[in-house]
Design a binder for this molecule. Structure first.
Ligand SMILES: CC(=O)SCCNC(=O)CCNC(=O)[C@H](O)C(C)(C)COP(=O)(O)OP(=O)(O)OC[C@H]1O[C@@H](n2cnc3c(N)ncnc32)[C@H](O)[C@@H]1OP(=O)(O)O
Ligand SMILES: O=C([O-])CC(=O)C(=O)O
Ligand SMILES: [Mg+2]
Length: 269
């Protein structure tokens, strides 16, 4: 909470050893109901439903009131349909509002990337899709490097999310001591258009928020664009000029996005 993350994700999958699966589930079940987590979005990465743990995880976290279930290793829309059917039943059984449990699909394989559009569009519960690089590069018979290995997958996941009108989240950066490397990766994915990134360490939160925050110059320009647009509207002009630059619909929309980002993340330091 001190670090002000956008959401908190509990992991029941690969960060938990096989011997600890039941203990971790019970801990997360209780944590989700603690008042401390009332005002922050909670996400739980459950185990795949094909494992002995997946359904037990889901039963526990939906009943405990989790906001978002992250499904790892999503390969097909059918994976989401199966998850959805169980969520619908559990919501009914425990008296949760129907549809209130949201889903985030993690794409971690070549087939998942190929099916990204179908996955992203397959359920109204989906709020976003995330690329998960470590399993993906294994499947692709390569390894994590400067991002060349993720070139196609990033583009595919991002386009799928946009086509579906949901969020796109980039991969985990695992070397928590390499701040410069992290910031290089963040700059790339921010320019590409990702909504954010899965983080593994609190030290990465402020760095990410700061990189996503608009600069003071961006905010200043956005305010002038909005003011010029309002002035143009009063005069009944469709397209206007601000210091010789054309200002029309998309530019005004972008200025609004910059101001929304500034109020969500602050202004870049
Ligand atoms: C490929 C995948 O599947 S990735 C997704 C699953 N994996 C994860 O989520 C990993 C989560 N992260 C971690 O476990 C750790 O950050 C590690 C192992 C990467 C690094 O651990 P450390 O070297 O101990 O990190 P660091 O020295 O920065 O820890 C500082 C403090 O932050 C805490 N902290 C570290 N990571 C986290 C986290 N993800 N969430 C909350 N607190 C954390 C540490 O417990 C420590 O607290 P303390 O000062 O009270 O002891
Ligand atoms: O889901 C994630 O962000 C991390 C992960 O499992 C992977 O990279 O394989
Ligand atoms: Mg993985």
């Amino acid at each position: 909470f001190i670090y002000r993350p956008d959401s908190i994700m509990f992991d029941l999958e690969d960060a938990v050893s096989l011997r600890e699966k039941d203990t971790a589930r019970i801990l997360v079940f209780h944590a989700l109901q603690h008042p401390m987590y009332r005002d922050i979005e909670t996400v739980v990465r459950i185990n795949q439903l094909s494992t002995p743990f997946g359904l037990k995880d889901l039963e526990a976290v939906v009943r405990a009131g989790v906001d978002v279930v992250r499904l790892p290793k999503t390969d097909t829309p059918e994976d989401i349909f199966e998850l959805e059917a169980h969520i619908e039943r559990i919501e009914k059984e425990c008296g949760r509002e129907a549809g209130s449990t949201k889903i985030m699909a993690a794409i971690e394989s070549a087939i998942g990337v190929i099916n990204a559009v179908a996955i992203a569009r397959c359920s109204p519960r989906l709020i976003g899709i995330a690329l998960a690089a470590f399993d993906y590069v294994m499947d692709m018979q390569t390894e994590r490097g400067d991002g060349t290995e993720l070139f196609y997958a990033r583009c595919a996941v991002l386009h799928a999310a946009r086509a579906a009108g949901i969020d796109a989240f980039d991969v985990v950066y695992s070397d928590i001591n390499d701040e410069a490397g992290f910031l290089r990766e963040v700059e790339l994915i921010r320019k590409m258009g990702f909504n954010g990134k899965s983080l593994i360490n609190p030290r990465q939160i402020e760095l990410l928020h700061n990189a996503y925050a608009p600069t003071p110059e961006d905010v200043d320009y956005a305010k002038r664009v909005i003011a010029a647009a309002e002035e143009g509207e009063r005069k009944g002009l469709g397209v206007i000029s601000l210091n010789g630059k054309m200002i029309d619909g998309p530019i005004i929309n972008h200025a609004q996005v910059v101001l929304e980002r500034a109020s969500a993340s602050g202004v870049r330091r």
